[in-house]
Write a protein that binds this ligand. Structure first.
Ligand code: 5GP
Length: 185
């Protein structure tokens, strides 16, 4: 199979590497202030949040611990509407200050499922930080405590976000050319 160079598939760059780093630095300061005297336990949702957590954790200058939760709900550009656990946490979260790290909140289905699941485990507190927020897609009453960028809608890729498992390694957030996911007519 012939593969196109990665960047040729982009219609537009929404957030550059520099803009992302600047925003994450500011988020880090806010989170550090809010968690002063507490040790946050960062529960990262796989796989889209990997670049975000890698940068965010280094921007939050407090003692913290880290774990990963695997969930899946998307096939291509469409939510299947059904969320399932693909990897459970390694550690117990009872009595801990959990900060859920998400890549993007769209309908809110994934996050609702994750929060319901985590709250059953009796953490001391649960907050959410999301790299991107797409409030126009929301079907549930759910908000993140910290948001990197709010976007209007559309399907974005890069900086961890995929289309059919590709484009996660783009160092920026972009919009795919329509022909890439719509296919030839
Ligand atoms: P929700 O359950 O809130 O509808 O969707 C959350 C998950 O859907 C995200 O963790 C992400 O994997 C995927 N998702 C939602 N919107 C987008 C998007 O615009 N681009 C990509 N690549 N994934 C998205």
């Amino acid at each position: 199979m012939e593969t196109q160079p990665l960047h040729d598939d982009m219609e537009q760059v929404l957030f550059s590497t520099e803009q992302i780093q600047e925003r994450i630095t500011a988020l880090g300061v806010q989170i550090r202030q809010d968690y002063a005297g507490k040790e946050p336990h960062l529960v990262t949702i796989l796989k889209g949040s990997i670049p975000f957590i890698a940068d965010l954790m280094r921007a939050v200058d407090v003692p913290m611990t880290l774990d990963f939760l695997g969930v899946s709900s998307y096939a291509g550009t469409q939510s299947s509407g059904e969320v399932r656990l693909t990897k459970d946490l390694d550690d117990d979260i009872e009595g801990r200050h959990v900060l859920v790290v998400e890549d993007i909140i769209d309908t809110g289905l994934t996050l609702s499922y994750v929060l319901r699941n985590l709250r059953q485990r009796m953490p001391a507190s649960v907050k959410v930080v999301t790299f991107l927020d797409k409030p126009s897609g929301r079907g549930t009453q759910i908000e993140a405590d910290y948001v990197g960028f709010t976007i209007p809608g559309g399907f974005v890729v890069g900086y961890g976000l995929d289309w059919n498992q590709r484009y996660r390694n783009l160092p920026y957030v972009g919009i795919l050319k329509r022909e890439v996911y719509a296919g030839p007519f």
